[in-house]
Design a protein around this ligand. Structure first.
Ligand SMILES: Cc1ncc(COP(=O)(O)O)c(C=O)c1O
Length: 416
């Protein structure tokens, strides 16, 4: 259904049972998002209670891109600092008076784009916030930024380091890293270093608590070692680490406590960042640090045909509904007949179920290892491989309560 008239859609859909929703739909179980958000807050509070370095929290908006989800992530003033992956997300926050009031610090999590209109939007966002942070991982970006004068006189930047993901970020002690350190003095009239930022995205490719923990320790160590090189020139640096898997595995282990002690000695702050934790998905469960029963968002689909000769059914959930993301779970999403999923109150005992084996734009092929067929008309709950990318394809999410009744529709921010 199109979203042009959200109040009409709300009239139509709020109050329905989840099984009566149109398909495909993206459904969010509100109590589970609440639990996931409260769980991370508790973990951060435990780190704070160790009384080592100062610890702060910065959630990412990108998984759901909604004001309703962001308000839950902020946990009633526990934090007012957020991450965004597009300028549109920052503008969306600033255009909503309720959310704007609760956010005073936004960090844009890609290196800047060299484009006049991009910079015009960036300058406007910067002027409307108490604090706005940018990523720098190449000297060229400092040159370019120095041509623009932000309202606060200087751009506040995170030095983005690569701790193994090989996406954005420069490697500690690499030529790029050293040239940025030199550039921080050369361009000191236009930029101010706020901190060091690492994102352990490669943790998604691992499948045990032990492996993820090692990545976490390395991430923290690399961030700290980078900050040590700057300790004589900068005070109050913020060392930001995260990714849902590494943050799910952080706790008061001796190595972590020792590193926090060292951060405290320099007078620096540890920042914990993550985004997917609020929704979770099969990729997170694959890492071994999240539980399949804690996944808060799923796709609702329908069986629209079935083929006895090849033991396969057809769903109306193709690439657009599910994406081509994968994990150690088979296919493009785990499939449960929706009626029994609801009756079992989404307690999933075993992963031996149906899955989406192949997909094209709107078609999905559903099968299981026993060759069972699903009746035409069966509603399907499909647990997504990667919630952030799947959710971004939907014009709205149907939010349900514990009785599986739709209570609200959330409309996500779109575009860049
Ligand atoms: C730079 C950056 N920081 C933080 C996050 C949040 O990571 P996660 O969703 O694993 O918690 C992402 C996610 O892609 C990211 O790209």
């Amino acid at each position: 259904m199109a979203v042009e008239n959200i109040s009409f859609l709300k009239q139509e859909l709020v109050g329905l049972h989840v099984l009566d929703l149109p398909t495909p739909s993206f459904v969010v179980k509100e109590s589970q998002i609440n639990k996931n958000c409260a769980g991370i807050k508790k973990q951060v509070e435990e780190l704070q209670s160790l009384n080592k370095c100062k610890v702060q929290f910065r959630p990412h908006l990108k998984t759901h891109k909604t004001k309703e989800g962001l308000l839950k992530q902020l946990q009633d003033g526990f934090t007012s600092a957020v991450l965004v992956s597009t300028l549109a997300e920052a503008e969306y926050i600033l255009n909503d008076p309720v959310v704007k009031d609760k956010v005073d610090d936004i960090c844009y999590t890609l290196p800047i784009t060299r484009n006049a209109l991009f910079m015009k939007r960036l300058m406007k966002i910067e002027s409307e916030l108490a604090d706005f942070r940018l990523f720098v991982d190449n000297l060229d970006q400092l040159h370019y930024l120095s041509k623009f004068k932000p309202s606060k006189g200087k751009w506040s930047i995170f030095l983005k380091i690569d701790v193994g993901t090989q996406r954005a970020g420069c490697v500690r002690l690499s030529d790029d890293f050293k040239s940025i350190l030199a550039g921080l003095s050369e361009f000191e009239s236009s930029v101010k270093l706020y901190g060091i930022y690492a994102h352990a995205g490669h943790s998604y490719g691992f499948s045990s608590k032990e492996e993820i923990y090692k990545i976490l320790v390395n991430e923290l160590h690399e961030t700290f070692a980078s900050s040590e090189l700057l300790k004589y020139h900068f005070k109050n640096l913020v060392l930001s680490i995260g990714s849902t898997p590494t943050i799910r595995s952080i706790g008061p282990e001796q190595e972590i406590v020792d590193l926090m002690d060292q951060i405290a000695t320099l007078g620096f702050t540890l920042e914990i960042h993550c985004g997917n934790y609020c929704m979770l998905d099969l990729q997170q469960v694959s890492t071994g640090v999240s539980d399949i029963n804690n996944i808060a968002g799923f796709v609702l689909g329908s069986v629209v045909s079935s083929y006895k000769d090849r033991n396969e059914s057809l769903s109306n959930t193709g690439v657009i509904a599910l994406t081509r993301e994968k994990s150690s779970f088979k296919g493009h999403g785990l499939v449960f007949p929706a009626k029994s999923f609801v009756e079992n109150n989404n307690k999933i005992e075993s992963s031996e179920t149906f899955y989406i084996d192949r997909i094209s734009q709107e078609h999905g092929i559903v099968k299981n290892s026993k060759g069972d067929l699903l009746d035409i008309g069966t509603q399907l709950v499909i647990l997504p491989q990667h919630a952030c990318i799947v959710a971004s394809n939907y014009p709205y999410y149907a939010v349900i309560n514990d009785d599986y009744i739709v209570t609200d529709l959330w409309v996500p921010c779109k575009g860049w």
